[in-house]
Design a protein around this ligand. Structure first.
Ligand SMILES: [Zn+2]
Length: 107
């Protein structure tokens, strides 16, 4: 089963956050300086995602997609992390572009 996100995983971070206000009004997305190497977190109880504000926009985008996958599955925090990482990678990486790059750079 593929997670259905409320927004396209291919949007940039800012537009993705803006669109979430419209299409997922019950979901709160905020940012903060998170402890250690934690990039983001999803809190099921409060339907809230927090993204580490010290990262680049590209990393914030990837982290937000990761947390949206947890949101889509109703995970508690980073529950079922392995599945979440596989689904997130499939949403962010185009399979044919990846295969092309693999051929171009000999695997
Ligand atoms: Zn996770």
């Amino acid at each position: 089963m593929v997670a259905v996100l409320p927004v396209s995983a291919h949007l940039n971070y800012g537009p993705m956050r803006m669109l979430l206000y419209e299409v997922a009004p019950g979901l709160t997305v905020g940012s903060a300086i998170l402890a250690g190497d934690l990039h983001g977190v999803y809190d099921l109880l409060h339907d809230t995602i927090v993204i580490d504000r010290t990262m680049t926009y590209t990393r914030k985008r990837c982290t937000l997609v990761h947390e949206l996958v947890h949101h889509a599955y109703g995970d508690r925090g980073h529950q079922r992390e392995h599945r979440c990482r596989i689904v997130t990678a499939r949403l962010l990486i185009d399979e044919q572009e990846y295969a092309s790059a693999e051929t171009m750079y000999e695997g």
